[in-house]
Design a protein around this ligand. Structure first.
Ligand code: PZK
Length: 274
């Protein structure tokens, strides 16, 4: 069998070409904190993320076809259909966090959605909103208006990705809420297989979504992240300036963080990771 050819790197994932039609998406155990990849890995993190994507891809097939062909024995590698990726990030927000909160505070709007006055950080929105962004090569994606997004993918395709994104968010946020987890926001990447719209990338993982423990939810402040809070708190406690390189994590922080990933996986999927 011809070997896999490395074609791309994300912060914590690698992408390989298997042949003209198939890719291999490999989730590592690397963790990024404040946008810097740390020198210490979190055992099983890659298997948790790939397992979560697989769980959601299987359950959302009726809403939209996706690129997953199968997960390999290692649990971290997903064989995928090769797509022509659309040039926008498809974000849905049910709560005001991250760049959504930043933009709202500055302008009272997010991606052209006029929102009620007086919303607080982390507050639940009257209804979920679709907030597309550009794909930055380096640094942060930039929020764009619906009009800008429609120019990039075409008006018809824009309407389709908006409708499908909102349906996916509604499906997963309901599932998560029934298990005591709030899905604050999430990012999708779509591609085309010919003329067919296909969901790609990862799906409802903690690297593409903000999950908050519902029991600790309190609007008016930033929320603790389900998975990374131990690691973030440790990094802040030692006075790290959030520039490269990041600090090594002590074993208790590694084990605490690993437990949070495994706990989140079990809560959401109803099964333990093997
Ligand atoms: C694709 N990325 C992001 C970059 C990563 C991930 N099914 C697909 N077909 C074609 N291209 C892609 C996909 C997917 N998914 C995804 N870039 C291209 C990316 C680097 C490392 F793990």
């Amino acid at each position: 069998m011809p070997e896999a050819v490395h074609v791309g790197s994300g912060k914590v994932r690698e992408l390989y070409a298997l042949d003209d039609e198939r890719l291999l998406l490999v989730a590592s155990d690397r963790i990024s904190v404040f946008d810097v990849v740390l020198p210490t890995e979190i055992p099983d993190k890659g298997r948790v993320l790939t397992g979560l994507s697989a769980f959601w891809f299987e359950r959302t097939r009726e809403l939209v076809p996706n690129h997953m062909l199968g997960v390999r024995e290692d649990g971290r590698s997903m064989e995928c259909r090769r797509l022509e990726m659309l040039p926008i990030e498809c974000v849905v927000r049910g709560y005001l966090a991250g760049s959504g909160w930043k933009d709202y505070r500055a302008t009272g709007t997010v991606c052209g959605h006029a929102l009620p006055e007086g919303l607080r950080e982390s507050e639940r929105l009257p209804r979920p909103i679709f907030t597309p962004a550009t794909k930055a090569q380096e640094g942060h994606d930039e929020n764009i208006t619906r009009e800008q997004a429609a120019e990039l993918v075409g008006a018809e395709r824009f309407e389709e990705v908006e409708r499908v994104s909102l349906a996916l968010y509604e499906f997963a946020s309901r599932h998560a809420a029934e298990r005591g987890i709030l899905l604050a926001d999430t990012k999708f990447e779509f591609g085309l297989d010919g003329d067919e719209l296909v969901l790609g990338d990862e799906l409802f993982t903690p690297d593409s979504s903000r999950f908050w423990p519902a029991g600790e939810y309190e609007p008016g402040r930033a929320q603790a992240s389900f998975d990374k809070q131990y690691a973030r708190d440790y990094c802040e406690s030692i006075g790290w300036d959030k520039t490269y390189p990041g600090p090594e994590l002590p074993d208790e922080v590694v084990q605490g963080t690993r437990s949070r990933y495994l706990e989140g996986y079990a809560l959401l999927t109803g099964t333990e990771l093997e």
